[in-house]
Structure formats: structure tokens, C-alpha cells
Design a binder for this molecule. Sequence first.
Ligand SMILES: [Fe+2]
Length: 346
Amino acid sequence: MTTPPAVVDTAVVKRLAWLDLSSVQQRYERREGAELKYDYVVSNIGLEYRRFLFLRLMYPDLDIAPPPRIAAYWRLHAADRVAFDADRAAVAVATPSSADRLVPPSGPVDDPASFSKDSTVRDLYAATFPCGSAEVWGWPDLMPGHRNSAPSLGLVHRRLAGAIDDCTRARLLTEARQRRAMITEWHDDGYYCSARRGTVNSPMRSCSATPGQVLLDVHWSDAIPRLIAAETGVVVVPTAASYLYYRSGDFLGIHTDGYALELTLLTLLSGAVEPLDCHLHLADASLEEIKALAETAGGLPAGGTPFGISTEPFLLSGQRIPHQRGPRDRDEETVVLCQNYAVLVP
Ligand SMILES: [Fe+2]
């Protein structure tokens, strides 16, 4: 088998991460009918598409075919010829000949039979992206889950000034109010560890809505990933995003965030919200230790550091840092914007 490159080309990683795929993502979501409810593949397809392109560029001698759903995304990207040509020129600027590697073949690329059946691509993927998503690619599990997908990320718990300006926040709130009628309720009473996803969960009650056009435009542009890289040095790409509506009785028990949720950006759009308690001292605790602690305290153990959620966005490495939100006791309108980011190449 071909071994992965010893040194990842960070310039290529940045160019792939900072492609503005908002139009592609919107067309893909419409195609999948994903406007109304959270969908794991839809949230992570852009991440895995970029990883597919990265492998195409890193291994020019290999014919790396995409699985059908990534092939479909590739076709949507290439369908806007002007934007696509600009994107591939931007990505391949250091090695112009490699731009051809980014063009879908003229024949069918979404035929499952064309997706490599041997283990070469899967092995390369697993070596390059530990904790990547076998689910999006359609493979059986790659490996046991890890506690953290991107150890190099470190602990992040800070404000990200300038990520969402006042005008954008007002437009997002208008959209959030429109989407209030189509919420999904989340309600769980259990305590779980998932070795596969590297997460621990405890009881919770909340509700959320999927993004509309305004949030899709904001979330899938390259602006916030560039800002995160400038402030933290980490190259991330957008994954899930949602509007969170806080009702009386809602709470989130202590938990860690899962696959492709290395960073979460929380911005208050309306009202006032209970602080997020972040257990910084549990960043290296095992899932079982966190679960045991949760069970002794009804899912809401003491000892966390409270961080206020305000109009100045708060950035948290929620996969590393277990966090929780205490029960709410009032019913005034409160809306929080939740945006998630994944490290493209850990
Ligand atoms: Fe979380």
C-alpha cells in the first residue's frame, strides 16, 4: 500500500478548507430534502468532500473514486462551471497540473461500482484522518472511537470577536423566528458512553431548528473558518449549524460533543441564557469517569467553570471539554445560534 505523505501540505489544506461551498451545500440540502430536520450525512458531507479532494491531490498516481454521495456533491460543485473553475484554480495554485485532478470524469462517477472496492483508499483515509467518518463514505467502522479527533487542537474556551456582526445577527434572528414553527425536540433521560463516537451523554431536554438560507450563507462561507485559523492557528471547516430555542425546563446534562464537532461557536441572538458550565479539569478524563460523575449528580455535577453566552460569540472545544447547562426556569424568548466546525486534517 502507498504510505501517506510524511508532511501534509498545509497550504493545500487551507485552500481546501477555505473554499466557499455555501451554494453547493444549499443545492445538496435541497436535493436531499434536508430543510426540516438534522441529518448527519448532510451536516458532514462538505467536510468529507474536502477530504476526498485532499486525497486526490496528495496521491496523484492513484485513481481515488468517491462514494456515491460524495460523487453527487462533486457534480453539484462542478455544475456551476465559473465558480468551480475559480475554486480549483485557487486550490491548485502551487501545482497547476493538479487542477485536473479536481475535475469529475465525464463518465458516471456516482455508480457505486466505480467506488474503489479494495482497501487502499480506506487505509489511506484512516491513516490521514484518524476518527474520520466511515459512515459518510459508506464503509464499515474504521477503528474504535477516540476521545478526541484532533489532539493538536488543545483546549479552546474563548470569545471570537467579529465572527458575527450586528447586522448579520439581526438577520439571523429574523430567520430563527421564522423557523421557530419547525423545531425538533430533543429529550433523553439516559446516561451513555459511545466508544465509537467518543462521546458521553447524560439527560437533556432541548429543541432546535435547522438553518435557512441566511444561516447557510453565513455558516458555509469561509469567513469564520479564516477567523478561527487567525485566532487559534487551527484549520477548520463548517459542519452542523442550528438555532437553539430555550424553553422553561430545558437543560443539557454534562456531555462531550462527537464526530466533526471539535469546535462549537455559540452566539446569543435574543434573550438571556444560563451560563455554560465547562469542566476544564475533565478534558483528559475517560468517558467512563465522566459518565460515573454524571450519574452521581443527576447529569449536572458541580465544579464547572461558567461561561456566559452573549452576543459576542463564544468558541469551545466541546469534544475535549465536557460541558452542561443548568435548568431554565422562565419562558421568555431566548435564541442561541450554534455553529460547529471540524478540523480538516487532524
Ligand atoms: Fe455540546
